[in-house]
Design a protein around this ligand. Structure first.
Ligand SMILES: N[C@@H](CCC(=O)N[C@@H](CS)C(=O)NCC(=O)O)C(=O)O
Length: 209
């Protein structure tokens, strides 16, 4: 197995935190996104979607964080990070979907449509797309709305976002908040439950992965 990683990008960090929680270490290949290494062979031949992380297993490339998590959970079930019971697994999947589609996607929409370094790279993938300033503004509003929703979730489940067990929902939300900070979006003043949850999740040794 080999992990194609990028130390500065949020999605590969989600895999590194997951590995640290499992106590696993894998050979890593650093992919230099700033230099466009992901857009050229040989990486592009491995993952035609041109994104990291990628986990290469016996000649198969797993090209999304969720697929990598799923595979690693199957081969190393303890501690479970995708849930134990059928209902817990489904609740974690539900939260994960929401955090990714309303949190990550919003911050990415904002960043990729605003950052000068991402000119013509408004979407990931092999094709260039021009930035649309209105989408940056929409992404910012969606990201703020996501943080309000996260507060209701953190207030309704403790100590972790899905209750007693730390899970990939916590990994996703932690990395998403740190991603939003790059754009100077901080938790709103009234987000007391999120702050308590964040302090706990960020204090785990895996958070520095
Ligand atoms: N759906 C993918 C998303 C991966 C993704 O968007 N990765 C970003 C880094 S966080 C990337 O590779 N960006 C390449 C680019 O900016 O062109 C996953 O879940 O892993």
């Amino acid at each position: 197995m080999k992990l194609y990683d990028c130390a500065t990008a949020p999605s590969p960090r989600r895999v590194r935190i997951f590995l640290a929680e499992k106590g696993l270490a894998l050979p890593r290949v650093e992919v230099d996104l700033r230099a466009g290494e992901h857009l050229r062979a040989p990486f592009r031949e491995l993952n035609p979607h041109c994104t990291v992380p990628v986990l290469e297993v016996d000649g198969t490339a797993l090209c999304s964080t969720a697929a990598i998590w799923r595979y690693l959970e199957e081969i190393c079930p303890e501690p479970p990070l995708l849930g134990r019971s059928a209902l817990e697994k489904a609740r974690i999947a539900d939260l994960q979907w929401r955090i990714e589609s309303e949190g990550f996607a919003a911050v990415a929409e904002w960043l990729r449509n605003a950052a000068p370094g991402m000119k013509d790279r408004a979407l990931t993938g092999p094709r260039d797309y021009a930035q649309i300033p209105q989408l940056a503004e929409r992404g910012r509003k969606r990201a703020e709305q996501f943080l309000h929703w996260l507060e209701t979730q953190a207030a309704s489940a403790a100590p972790y976002l899905c209750g007693e067990q730390y899970s990939v929902a916590d990994i996703d939300a932690l990395v998403c908040i740190d991603f939003a900070r790059r754009l100077h979006l901080e938790l709103p003043p009234e987000a007391g439950a999120t702050r308590r949850w964040y302090a706990l999740a960020a204090s785990r040794p895996s958070a520095s992965a």
